[in-house]
Design a protein around this ligand. Structure first.
Ligand code: NAG
Ligand code: NAG
Ligand code: NAG
Ligand code: NAG
Ligand code: NAG
Length: 273
């Protein structure tokens, strides 16, 4: 009897160490492989983690991040990323806009996922264009969000600033004001009095060239969506010091900075028994 019990505990511990469960994967629409740490609503208890629950609606997998619910585009278990797109965006409709506005407050309390913004902006007064600062986000992984698309409403036509891209008639929120989109960072020299940031949305699309100025391309970038990582979760128990764990883009695996990886040892199990 104690042997069986020990075996069950051992199997359980092995799962904990490897951070996986023995559940079959679930599927929803084009997301055919929903497995640990994710779970699909309705999956058996103990499958995946509750904070990583997807739901399935009209064959679209939905995932809640911060206070938004996003459409899942892809889950990649090799590099620990999930790519999501804002539900407000429609493929063939260049007038469609992201539903969610992103700001630093969205990331300060998120423990389980790396903030996708390697640079995020901190408006002291969100209505004041001049107070925007871009802050570097330091983390030993590749940035997941490469650029942002910033939508601005200006009281006048902006002349001589290439970065201010006309939305080519795609967007005209109200007849008053001029709507512009900017791909990439806002730096001091781009500031234009009379313009207000209306929307900031991230993208992980590497094809975005911030030196060509077409709204079309920005819309494509937004439709690609942005990536999120569960590396902090995957890093648990991997290295002696948790903060030494990082994803190496050259080896495409988790590695420990300045140390040997922790290997699950039998001694641990003996101790537990
Ligand atoms: C699904 O993901 C798991 C990793 O969680 C992997 O072992 C398995 O090969 C994947 N299956 C398919 C069909 O991609
Ligand atoms: C981000 O934070 C802002 C300000 O707190 C909030 O209005 C917005 O809904 C948040 N966005 C998401 C996607 O959670
Ligand atoms: C993760 O892998 C997917 C599929 O290969 C790729 O498209 C994506 O860019 C990768 N993300 C990162 C952060 O490496
Ligand atoms: C395109 O998107 C805009 C803004 O969301 C919406 O008002 C309009 O009805 C959409 N057009 C179509 C054809 O769906
Ligand atoms: C854009 O700005 C104009 C005046 O500068 C204002 O009347 C209008 O309501 C603004 N539109 C939006 C969508 O903020």
């Amino acid at each position: 009897m104690w042997r069986e019990r020990a075996l069950i505990i051992l199997v359980f511990l092995l799962h904990l160490i490897h951070g996986e469960d023995a559940c079959p994967s679930s599927s929803c629409g084009k997301i055919s492989n929903i497995s640990y740490p994710f779970r699909l609503k309705g999956d058996a208890k103990g499958c995946g983690l509750t904070g990583y629950e997807l739901s399935c609606k009209n064959n679209i997998a939905l995932f809640s991040l911060y206070s938004g619910t996003f459409h899942v585009q892809a889950i990649n278990y090799n590099n620990f990323t999930i790519r999501v797109v804002d539900p407000g965006l429609q493929q063939t409709n260049c007038s469609s806009l992201p539903r969610y506005f992103f700001s630093p407050s969205n990331f300060t309390n998120s423990y389980q996922l790396i903030p996708p913004f390697h640079r995020y902006y901190r408006p002291k007064d969100s209505s004041l264009y001049q107070t925007i600062h871009w802050v570097d986000w330091y983390y030993r992984t590749e940035p997941l969000v490469y650029e942002h698309i910033v939508f601005l409403n200006c009281s006048h036509r902006v002349i001589g600033k290439l970065k201010y891209v006309d939305t080519d008639g795609c967007l005209n929120w109200e007849s008053k004001g001029y709507i512009y989109a900017i791909a990439g960072d806002l730096i001091a020299e781009d500031f234009e009095v009379g313009c207000h940031v209306k929307l900031v949305s991230p993208t992980s699309w590497r094809g975005l060239d911030t030196n060509t100025y077409f709204y079309d391309m920005m819309h494509t970038a937004l439709l690609y969506g942005f990536e999120h990582s569960w590396i902090p979760l995957a890093c648990e128990g991997r290295c002696v010091d948790y903060y030494n764990c990082y994803f190496s883009s050259s080896s495409q695996t988790l590695e420990c900075y300045n140390e040997e990886p922790l290997k699950p040892s039998w001694g641990l199990y003996v101790l537990v028994f």
